[in-house]
Design a protein. Sequence first.
Length: 571
Amino acid sequence: MFQISSELKFKVALRGDTLLTSPRWNKGTAFTKQERKDFGLTGRLPSRINTIDEQCERAYDQLRSRESPIQKNSFLQSLKEQNWVLYYSLLSRHIKELTSIIYTPTEAEAIENYSHLFRRSEGMFLSFPDQDTMEEDFLEQTRGKDIELIVCTDAEAILGIGDQGVGISSAKSAIYTLLAGINPANALSVTLDVGTDNETLLNDHLYVGWPSKRVRGVEYDKFIDKFVQLIRKHQPHCLLHFEDFGVSNAQRLLELYRNEHSVFNDDIQGTGAVTLAALMAAIGVTKSKLADQRYVIFGAGSAGLGIAKQVRDAIILIDGVPREEANKKFYLVDRFGLIKPSLGPNKIRPALQEFVRPDEEWSDVPINDAGEVELLEVVRKVRPTVLIGCSTKGGAFTERVVRTMKEGCERPIIFPLSNPSHLVEVDPKDANDWTEGMALLATGSPFPPTKMPNGKDYVIAECNNALIYPGLGFGSMLSQSRQMTDGMIIAGAQRLAALSPALKDPDSGLLPDFQDGPAANLEVAVAVAEQAFDEGIQGVSWSREEVRAKAEEKQWKPLYGKYEYDEQGAK
Ligand SMILES: NC(=O)c1ccc[n+]([C@@H]2O[C@H](COP(=O)([O-])OP(=O)(O)OC[C@H]3O[C@@H](n4cnc5c(N)ncnc54)[C@H](O)[C@@H]3O)[C@@H](O)[C@H]2O)c1
Ligand SMILES: O=C(O)C[C@H](O)C(=O)O
Ligand SMILES: [Mg+2]
């Protein structure tokens, strides 16, 4: 339980209703008698003074009275708008249960219904038609603030549910606070509204975003560039986290900006890192090496390519395999089947080039009516030891695919990572049954444990980038590195893999449980910051030995401090 710390003291300049309606400073019934007097609250609050424990108990009771996950999500969203300490304190007490409510999978439903559930805006909205005032609008909200983190999205590829216009995903930023202790006052989520191609939204008169087709091409690039340059100018030290951009922009934008600023693409790098950690744990169980695996990746979008590159880089670094040879261990399959040259340039993004398989290799393999090599045929020929799904195609790993894979290897490593839950490529229970309990499994959304043939529970690891991106980001913010390098990301993944419960008990989950997300992300952050020192790119004056202490000291905790009224104080 959190204690009220007598050490935390704040000078606050808000009074009365403005204080009660500030989620950052509001304490509700926890304001002390003295504070009520000093801040003009005595007549505005009922008499009894509650502790944070009592407030959490009340809020949890109210939450439980909501039946469906989306109702609970709305309740928690309101709570966040009222009182940050109470919101994060409640989440911290029930991390596993409530992460699935504020984040994956329930957030998908909240995002899809964003315009209808809309009550109060959160974060920043920068809309294409208002780009002339972008700088003023940005400064209006950020002037005088120390913004350490900006999570931005253009919402073209939200989870696996596609283009959601301004269906904001502020949960990513909340997870930074919950799992890595980023001060919510120093974080900002930004929606870059460049329109939407989602017809349902365009035809919905309650849609709150800019009701226009998506801007693309040069105009889009200029708009994004204006935003990035604004950040470089006014918040040069902040981490810029890109989330859920469309496949044609995600990798491109990352490459464009990653050497200029501390930029991070979660779907590419966060997913690559958490999947690498889960794979390291899996090969720890099978006592093999990353370089010994044959990888089939189904869905060659941001996540699929991010995973391929991350694992390939680890094979080079850890197993000492040359790049060309490492590339050959991967088989990428997308909506047009196996990625091979005869698909033509329109179906192969330039970023995929390194992983294109030669046509000759497949001349003896059956093709479908469209001339494509389907997943089942790839699995038959390759006999993969690792099968990863990030395709948004629920159920794509059919019984035949899974059983065929099992024929080719003793312990198939199967990670159906598409979110939300209904898009999972295979239900882990089925994958477990079809492989007689031999599969090593991890999913993107949370799933309950499944039974092994011996009656034991098998824990399904949640291989979601939330288990690592808060730590990666925190490590970079802590060390004030101007870049998030590949070395920093691999260091974070290795640290997470070392925490795998499966290394002690092979029937345990491949990754730490989400309940342990804060501890895991702290370890990741420490590893990342230490690596920044090793690479000599830290921007701080303290030493590498102090990393852990500095990390612990910097973490924001959901605690009420003592307030003193001061006209020059915080607002
Ligand atoms: N577990 C995690 O941490 C995590 C992280 C990122 C993404 N994801 C999930 O992975 C999925 C993809 O995300 P993304 O960011 O890469 O999206 P994306 O749009 O960049 O990529 C999706 C890819 O899947 C392909 N695809 C679509 N339909 C297909 C089909 N029927 N068969 C084969 N391929 C098909 C698309 O052509 C595209 O290349 C989403 O469901 C997302 O929620 C999970
Ligand atoms: O948001 C998530 O749950 C993970 C990932 O970023 C995704 O796009 O699915
Ligand atoms: Mg994402």
